[in-house]
Design a protein around this ligand. Structure first.
Ligand code: ADP
Ligand code: MG
Length: 348
């Protein structure tokens, strides 16, 4: 059989990096996204711009591809379901439905006996007043949040009165954890008990946006085993196919919590392009296309720095060392808090 054509929903940098990995394997990619300026247009074989509700256009897209994946989780579930009736969507839309809502995501994790922060569903002011035990906390919209968007920090109960909350949205209130560290696990599941798992990656966030990632992570072997074990349990429980990321919190007493799951390739795994023989992107394409699973090995330790907003401008003209790899996402406009590129530094 000739190589499949992969359709990708979403045209951001993750779509670019998936397309690059696919090309290396001789696989064509077609992007479908709502943004005419998405950077993946420079890397995919074809780039379609259309609304996620435009069934005619979505059908055209489905006709052109053999299978469909997505590079961000906030695609309407109905869109995924519609497409899945035409061509297989991987990871399965059912998984996305659980994960794209913070409430069902956390309920799912707790049902699996995996610890999360304490949380409550909030749909009106009264719910806030009856959950004061979760303050100091963070109010997060149940859906559509990313890079800290849709989050309000509540430090004390006096603050509640002055908050202007739009209760057209659903929220969860999450207790704030006294963070010691944040780590993530990138895992690619190929089928029953068949995985490639990258070692835990240590992450630093600034203003709720990932700033940097590194391997090895500076945590105990016991914690490394525990987060690896939790991530594979989650992947198995979801019958996941493809690459996903599990983000963890570690508190000052070394308690481990799952923060959230990303049912897709993830920013903290960008360093795998340079640090490993097979990147998270290549493993995703291999897994969804049912290609050979190759043992994934680390070649070197690495550190990745996100270039956010104007940071990119310094690097566009900078001379790099041999161990530094600069990625410019080629986004049209530089915007504050927007991820514009990244730098990976290989380290001994
Ligand atoms: P997003 O979906 O925008 O990535 P997250 O829930 O992962 O949202 O929050 C972004 C970051 O904000 C986290 O990585 C962490 O640094 C901080 N944060 C979020 N929730 C908590 C919490 N309950 N306690 C402490 N820090 C938190
Ligand atoms: Mg997050």
């Amino acid at each position: 059989m000739s190589n499949p054509v992969v359709g990708i929903l979403g045209g951001g940098q993750l779509g670019s990096m998936l397309s690059i990995a696919a090309k290396k394997l001789g696989i064509r990619t077609i992007i479908y996204c709502e943004d005419k300026d998405g950077p993946a247009q420079y890397f995919a074989n074809e780039y379609m711009v259309g609304d996620y509700k435009n069934e005619k256009k979505l059908s055209e897209f489905a006709d052109k591809v053999d299978l469909i994946t997505y590079e961000f989780e906030n695609i309407p579930f109905d869109t995924l379901k519609f497409l899945n009736n035409k061509k297989k969507v991987l990871p399965d839309p059912k998984i996305n439905k659980i994960i794209q809502n913070r409430l069902s995501e956390k309920d799912f994790l707790n049902k699996c006996d995996i610890r999360t922060t304490n949380y409550a569903y909030i749909k009106n002011d009264g719910d806030l007043d009856s959950n004061l035990n979760l303050i100091p906390g963070i109010l997060k919209t149940c859906t559509m949040g990313y890079d800290g968007k849709g989050q309000i920090k509540i430090s004390n109960k006096e603050e509640i009165e002055n908050l202007k909350i739009d209760f057209n949205n659903d929220y969860i209130l999450e207790k704030i954890i006294n963070l010691k560290k944040e780590v993530s696990i990138i895992i690619t599941r190929f089928g029953h008990q068949k995985y490639e798992i990258y070692e835990p990656i240590e992450n630093v966030h600034e203003d709720q946006i990932l700033k940097s990632s590194k391997i090895p992570s500076d945590i105990s072997e016991k914690l490394k085993d525990k987060c690896t074990n939790w991530a594979s349990r989650i992947a198995e429980e979801l019958y996941y196919i493809g690459t996903m990321c599990v983000e963890f919190f570690i508190d000052k007493n070394d308690n481990l919590f799952v923060n959230e799951i990303a049912p897709r390739v993830h920013n903290s795994g960008h360093l795998t392009i340079n640090s490993h023989n097979i990147s998270q992107f290549e493993n995703h394409i291999r897994s969804i296309c049912n290609l050979e699973k190759i043992e994934t090995k680390k070649i070197e330790n690495a550190r990745m720095i996100n270039l956010i907003g104007k940071d990119i401008e310094i690097y566009r003209n900078k001379k790099l060392n041999d161990n530094e790899f600069f990625y410019d996402y080629l986004k049209k406009n530089v915007k504050e808090k927007r991820k514009m590129g990244h730098l990976t530094i290989l380290e001994k």
